[in-house]
Design a protein around this ligand. Structure first.
Ligand SMILES: NC(=O)c1ccc[n+]([C@@H]2O[C@H](COP(=O)([O-])OP(=O)(O)OC[C@H]3O[C@@H](n4cnc5c(N)ncnc54)[C@H](OP(=O)(O)O)[C@@H]3O)[C@@H](O)[C@H]2O)c1
Length: 246
């Protein structure tokens, strides 16, 4: 079992020449990760729903001398054809893809299963499980061509142990854990592509704010605290590590 080095210090040019896709890049962990990945040399494709948030991240990356592109997409309504178009656009515009961070999340509140509205069930599974699957599936031909590719599915505690009231979000995260291991096992003949899950712990961002509205959010670490681990997972130092949970 691999361990992410404590206080991992990423080289300044760790990700130079890589093209990485980040979902949920407008906010929280996705935003922090996009900024960090770009700071370490990657060109980051920022995928999200709210264009103004993506533009702000794009500007911040550009001001720091990094490279980025914006791909607005509502994962709740996305179809198989939309994912095909996304992968085709990435291939046309960038010539390839070296990794995906599945950071987008749909979560409204802790809810008993009995009380889940059908719309909430469908949307949560769509954004938190179907979208990461479909995106990975359509980008796979590009990832397989990369000399060193990494896919990271962002998980959460209910993905690793059943938690009452975690609702469709928790069920989707459990599915993510299974799916990542299945992808990793099925793709063993492509050792240059690694697929792992990452649970960041509580963060001072959207999902925590919605789940624990009475909590002092300052008690949770900033999303930036999770970025050294993500840099390790996307950089060459984690080569050969696949099918693991971090
Ligand atoms: N925060 C925590 O304490 C915590 C703990 C454990 C795991 N996590 C995981 O870490 C990841 C990031 O969490 P976070 O709290 O940082 O999230 P966040 O701040 O709520 O940001 C989530 C992002 O996902 C995007 N998104 C939501 N629905 C979307 C849709 N239909 N289509 C496209 N994009 C959509 C949001 O876009 P908009 O801004 O446009 O809505 C936003 O940019 C998630 O996978 C979450 O499960 C978080």
């Amino acid at each position: 079992m691999a361990v992410i080095p404590a206080a991992y210090q990423a080289a300044a040019d760790l990700l130079k020449g890589r093209h990485l896709l980040v979902t949920g890049a407008g906010d929280g962990l996705g935003r922090a990760a996009a900024l960090a990945l770009a700071r370490h040399g990657a060109t980051v494709i920022l995928l999200g729903r709210t264009i103004s948030k993506l533009e702000a991240v794009y500007d911040e990356i550009g001001a720091a001398g990094g490279g980025a592109a914006i791909y607005p997409m509502n994962l709740a309504g996305a179809t198989w054809a939309d994912y095909f178009e996304l992968a085709s656009t990435i291939e046309r515009e960038f010539g390839g893809l070296d990794g995906i961070l599945h950071g987008a999340a749909h979560f409204k509140a802790f809810t008993p299963l009995y009380d889940l509205e059908p719309k909430e069930w469908v949307e949560s599974l769509q954004v938190n499980l179907t979208a990461p699957f479909s995106l990975t599936r359509h980008c796979l031909p590009l990832l397989i061509k990369s000399p060193d590719a990494s896919v990271v599915f962002v998980s959460d505690r209910p993905g690793r142990e059943p938690r009452p009231f975690a609702g469709a979000y928790g069920i989707a995260k459990a599915g993510i854990e299974q799916m990542a291991q299945m992808w990793a096992a099925e793709l063993q003949s492509h050792p240059q592509l690694r697929i792992n899950t990452f649970h960041p712990g509580p963060l001072r961002s959207g999902v925590r704010l919605k789940g624990y509205p009475g909590e002092l959010i300052e008690q949770s670490p900033l999303p930036e605290t999770a970025t050294p681990a993500l840099l390790w997972l996307f950089g060459p130092d984690s080569r050969g590590v696949s099918g693991e949970r971090f």
